[in-house]
Design a protein around this ligand. Structure first.
Ligand code: 6PG
Length: 265
């Protein structure tokens, strides 16, 4: 079924401005969700890009910490490496160091993927956690208020890597995924969950991402090779927060630094 997808991108001059834009986006969307529903459920990614934004959210000298409705957030992860939570590669550890250790989130509001367990067990337990926190029944799919994604230079997002099994997982909410070229296991939210979110945004910066952004959003569909093309939110809108270096090969933006790409899949 062809689906129209409106890709709305904003371009910041540099990495520092991009991090500030991301902090503002997180807070604005959390405020919107809390105003509408009294609570907000957010799923964040790991990797290096979001780290600066997380630190800004936690920084008492910045405007965002005071605005964030911390007491009304359930925080989840989009994916996790299958390593212990104190491992240098752990997305949870990165987030804890950059943000969680410095903000008033209670332990019961923080829902990490248990990367220290066997991958299939970690995925099953994360799925159960999603079901209970979202009060799901049967084949219900959780609807996050915000899902923040990154993008690898190979076109992966979450832990949905090219030519891996999880790209075809449409029945589970979370899946264990073996990434051959990293010889590593990951646990990831599946596409039905990511695409069911109210707001999905990519946070991508740096010149090394310019080529892959062009391939993903401007070139024909080749989803096995470019899994980020599988991110097609049900609401029909996908947001990209980029810096100028990453956006270099996308169509020029308007005077406000905004651009739109329309795709029919
Ligand atoms: C992870 C992330 C992954 C990340 C991309 C981009 O576990 O690594 O969830 O999907 O977003 O790999 O990572 P960088 O931000 O480090 O480029």
């Amino acid at each position: 079924m062809p689906q129209n997808l409106r890709i709305v991108y904003s371009v910041e001059p540099d990495a520092a401005a991009l991090a500030r834009q991301a902090a503002e986006y997180f807070v604005a969307k959390a405020e919107e969700a809390v105003a509408a529903r009294g609570w907000t459920r957010i799923a964040i990614s790991g990797g290096s890009t979001p780290k600066t934004a997380f630190a800004l959210l936690a920084d008492p000298s910045q405007p965002w910490r005071g605005r964030m409705p911390w007491e009304k957030i359930d925080l989840f992860w989009v994916d996790e490496r299958c390593v212990p939570p104190d491992h240098p590669d752990s997305n949870y550890r990165m987030t804890r160091e950059a943000m969680l250790d410095h903000v008033p989130l209670k332990p019961e509001q923080i829902h990490r993927i248990e990367g220290e367990l066997e991958p299939e067990i970690a995925a099953a337990r994360y799925e159960e956690l999603l079901r209970s926190r979202f009060g799901l029944e049967g084949a219900d799919v959780p609807r996050f208020d915000v899902v923040q994604l990154g993008m690898g230079t190979d076109g992966h997002t979450a832990s949905l890597f090219p030519h891996t099994k999880a790209l075809h997982e449409f029945n589970r909410l979370a899946a264990a995924n073996h990434v051959e070229n990293k010889d590593a296991w990951r646990v990831t939210l599946t596409l039905p969950v990511i695409n069911n979110a109210s707001q999905v945004f990519f946070l991508v910066g740096g010149a090394e991402k310019a080529q892959i952004l062009k391939e993903v959003f401007e070139e024909p569909r080749d989803a096995e090779r470019l899994p980020s093309q599988l991110i097609t939110p049900a609401g029909g809108i996908l947001t990209l927060l980029l810096d100028r270096a990453a956006a270099a090969l996308l169509p020029p933006t308007d005077a406000q630094g905004m651009g739109v790409i329309e795709r029919t899949e």
